[in-house]
Structures are given as C-alpha cells and as structure tokens.
Design a protein. Structure first.
Length: 302
C-alpha cells in the first residue's frame, strides 16, 4: 500500500445470532434507559409511557434491537433494588415486545432477566457477563436466547479503581475467554453468545482506544462482538474545546465515526443513543467492506 492510500479491510462472512435480526450490515442496538441517573439521558424516559414511545421511535429510525435497562451502570452509580428495577422495565419490555420489536433486557440480575423474557424480551444484555449473579448463565442456557456478556471487573461504585492493566487488550481478551468458557460449561449455546469489551467499564480513555484499535484480537475469540461507545466520556475528551467536554448528546457524530470504524473492522453490533447517523455509518461500512467487481465497459454507442 502506497502512502496516502486508504484500503478497506478484507470482507468477512457476516455472523448471525439466532434470536436477533439478520442483516447484511452491522446491527444497531438502540438504548432505552428507564432510569433517573444514567449519564446521558437519566430521567428523560423514566415514565413508562415516554420510554415506550422512545423505543418505538428508535425502531422507526432503524434500530434493529431495543435495549431496555432499569439500572444505571455509569461509574459511581448506586444500585436500585430488584423490585424497583422490575417496576421500571417490565411495562416497557411488554409493550415494545407486543409491538413486534426485538427487545433485550439490560440487567445483571437473573430474576429481572427471567421476568423480562416472560414479558417478551428476546435476549439478555448483562454488563457483568454473569459474574454478578451466578444464576444468570443457567437462565440463559435454559431460555435459549441471545446473551451479551460484557467484560466486567466489579460494580459501578468502584469499577474505575480496577482499571489497571499491563496490556489491556491481552487481559480483556483473556478475561472474556474465561467468561465464554464458563458460559459454555453452564450450557449456553455458543451461537447465541455475543461478547462486549466494556468500553468505559474499568477502563481509562487510552484503554478504550486500544481495544477499538485491536478489535481483531477480540474477534479472534470466534464470537460476535458488540461495541458500546455511544456518548461516553472518552469521546468527550477527544472533542474537548476550551477546557470543556461537550455534553453527551453533542457526541453523536463522534459516536457515528466510531460505529463506522468498528463495523468496518467486523463488529457485529453497536449500541447507541442516536440511530439515524449510526445507520448511515454502518451502511457505509458495509459498502466499504463489500466485494466490488470492476464495472462492465460501456457498450459501443453508449
């Protein structure tokens, strides 16, 4: 490759997770935070009616999966009770599922996940990868649903104190491999496991960029990879101007840039707040990595 030449990655077979939509591009997971304290939109969709309308709007904009969560996992967040989490999420999961949407439940509690699945959820998004609740793996195995396992080193209250690595990519990959082996041992179907490196969870900004830059190392585990960079602080740090980082919603274009690059590098799904820009981004990435033959020469007389 000569200097100044940009070359697309070699095309790879598109992975499919049974239970999730099949697309010829990176999937888009839209975020519905039914919480008062999420870092980007806490309180905006705390009422069930507004959360339901937001989920429907995300789907109309092009989201393939709607991820409903009732507990903030931002750094320093306090836990909500299981009963409180259930009150927040179940009406939303029930209505969005009844509308025909593919819904995942964002929770670390098997009790909440089980109730959400009964209410129509199609899969589980567990930021602890099963470490917070030993019963979660058994539930996912028995339910035969997609299970997203994120890299996790501990609860939100002190997770950033655990952001100590000699080689973040090697260590995160090894820890995700161990989680994958544990899940498979519990009976979870390998075809339904999606791995998430946990950007921002026990990670400093440089750690997040290293993980994104070496996405191939994570994909070498053989599982679909989900990337959740949307509006996070490490993007705000890049966009900082005059000593101030932009507010989370002003980070959507940066999020779309990460989504395009991650999709081109083989990410299976991106989890985002803003859908339209992300949809454009992953469509461009799909075209960028698709095989293209030379156009046929024009016929004589054309």
């Amino acid at each position: 490759m000569t200097a100044g030449t940009l070359t697309a990655p070699a095309p790879r077979p598109r992975q499919h997770v049974p239970g999730f939509p099949r697309r010829d591009r990176c999937l888009i997971m839209g975020i519905v935070n039914v919480t008062p304290d999420s870092f980007s939109d806490g309180g905006t969709y705390l009422a069930a009616a507004s959360a339901i309308q937001h989920g429907l709007a995300l789907a109309r904009s092009g989201a393939d999966i709607i991820d409903v969560g009732g507990e903030s996992t931002r750094p320093g967040a306090s836990r909500v009770t299981a009963a409180g989490e259930l009150r927040r999420v179940l009406p939303v999961v029930r209505e969005l599922s009844a509308a025909g949407l593919t819904v995942t439940i964002d929770t670390t509690r098997s009790r909440v996940a089980e109730a959400a699945l009964a209410a129509g959820a199609a899969g589980i998004n567990d930021v602890s990868g099963g470490l917070a609740d030993p019963a979660m793996a058994r539930l996912a195995a028995g339910a035969h649903v997609p299970y997203i396992a994120m890299h996790w080193r501990g609860p939100s209250r002190d997770m950033q104190q655990r952001a100590v690595y000699a080689d973040v990519v090697t260590e995160v990959t090894a820890e995700l491999r161990a989680r994958l082996e544990s899940l498979l041992h519990a009976g979870v179907d390998r075809r339904q496991v999606v791995l998430d490196p946990g950007l921002g969870f026990a990670k400093q900004p440089a750690h997040n960029w290293q993980l994104l830059n070496r996405l191939a190392d994570l994909r070498a585990l053989g599982q679909p990879v989900l990337i959740g960079a949307s509006r996070k602080a490490f993007l705000g740090a890049v966009l900082r101007s005059g000593g101030h980082a932009p507010a989370p919603p002003a980070r959507d274009m940066a999020t779309a840039a990460v989504s395009a690059l991650a999709a081109a590098a083989g990410a299976y799904c991106v989890r985002v707040h803003d859908i339209p820009a992300t949809l454009d981004a992953v469509r461009v990435a799909a075209e960028w990595t698709a095989p293209h033959s030379d156009p046929a020469p024009p016929k004589e007389g054309q």
